[in-house]
Design a protein around this ligand. Structure first.
Ligand code: DIR
Ligand code: MN
Ligand code: MN
Ligand code: MN
Length: 307
């Protein structure tokens, strides 16, 4: 079916300039790649991108220190989400895969709200070095990009959880996380509650990549959810492969591991209706290599195949 890119050039959630450039860079690089490699069918499925305006930093520098318990740019970010949620919901209702191009990971507040609005019961696959289940109280950084999944699961400030007030709730038991290797103390405490299914990089090494992915797919399928949202934070990749992202953590996925994960998801029967591709910061990798890697993996996720 058709693919609807939705660009959302947000940097306030990461509090890091440059990540707002990722959305347009990804859209351009994806199209250029599909033309160059000769995948006209996939290119034909790709609709022109929609860009939803994201709030910008203005005159203040993006590296301000915060007060304890504060979430930086919380109100601006929250207020910007309903139009993004609507664009995602419209694309899904129109039969397209909603492809959100970021921008930082706070945009998942909007994409999850939009996807949840179109589903009876939405399951979530979160692929990230980080958990993104902080609240302002547990967050060491105060950065909202570390909080979107918490809010979608009902924890956090009401200005964020209210974005999900009119959607069926997303349940922790319908949530699967892959690639984790940098969790904050409050996030570890939540995962220790045992309801969210998660695989750290160490778990992937112990159990094996294929088995871990198969477990995740089984879990999502068995949830009974009628739709699955996949959120791909590019920092799940090893920083030696993709340095152009704001919160780099060693020990991430290789290109081939990520490609295999994406092929297994693509070839699964999961009802994936929406996909986030976030946290590319082209300013942190002027060589352009990170943008190229991000676009190559996206093409694989969308169905480019030389199998
Ligand atoms: C960190 C980083 N846990 C925070 N989070 C990131 O700021 O809450 N998520 N980068 O992907
Ligand atoms: Mn993230
Ligand atoms: Mn991350
Ligand atoms: Mn951060």
């Amino acid at each position: 079916g058709p693919i609807q890119p939705v660009c959302f050039p947000l940097a306030l959630g990461a509090v890091r300039a440059g990540v707002e450039l990722g959305a347009a860079a990804l859209d351009d690089a994806l199209r250029a790649r599909l033309i160059r490699r000769g995948f006209p069918d996939l290119l034909n499925r790709l609709r022109p991108a929609i860009t939803i305006p994201a709030p910008q930093a203005g005159d203040e520098p993006l590296d301000g220190r915060r007060r304890p318990g504060e979430a930086m740019y919380l109100d601006e970010i929250a207020a910007s989400m309903p139009p993004l949620a609507s664009a995602v919901a419209d694309a899904i209702r129109d039969g397209a895969l909603a492809l959100a191009l970021g921008g930082d990971h706070a945009l998942s507040l909007g994409t999850l709200a939009g996807a949840a609005a179109t589903a009876e019961r939405l399951a979530v696959l979160w692929i990230d070095a980080h958990g993104d289940i902080n609240t302002p109280e547990t967050s060491p950084s105060g950065h909202v990009h570390g909080m979107p999944l918490a809010a979608a699961l009902g924890r956090g400030p009401s200005v964020l959880t209210d974005l999900f007030a009119e959607t069926p709730p997303i349940r922790p038991e319908d949530t699967v996380m892959l690639g984790l290797r940098d969790l904050d103390p409050g996030e570890r405490a939540w995962l220790a509650e045992g309801t969210i299914h998660y695989a750290t990089m160490a778990h992937i090494d112990d159990r094996g990549l294929d088995a871990t992915i198969a477990d995740a797919i089984d879990r999502l399928r068995a949830s009974g959810a009628d739709a699955v949202h996949v959120s791909f934070d590019l920092d799940v990749l090893d920083p030696l492969l993709l340095p152009g992202t704001g919160t780099r953590v060693y020990g991430g996925l290789t290109f081939r591991e990520a490609a295999r994960l994406l092929r297994m998801l693509r070839d699964s029967d999961l009802p994936i209706r929406s996909l986030d591709w976030v946290e590319l910061n082209p300013a942190l990798d002027p060589s352009g290599g990170s943008t190229a890697v991000a676009a190559e993996l996206l093409a694989i996720a969308l169905g480019e195949t030389t199998d």
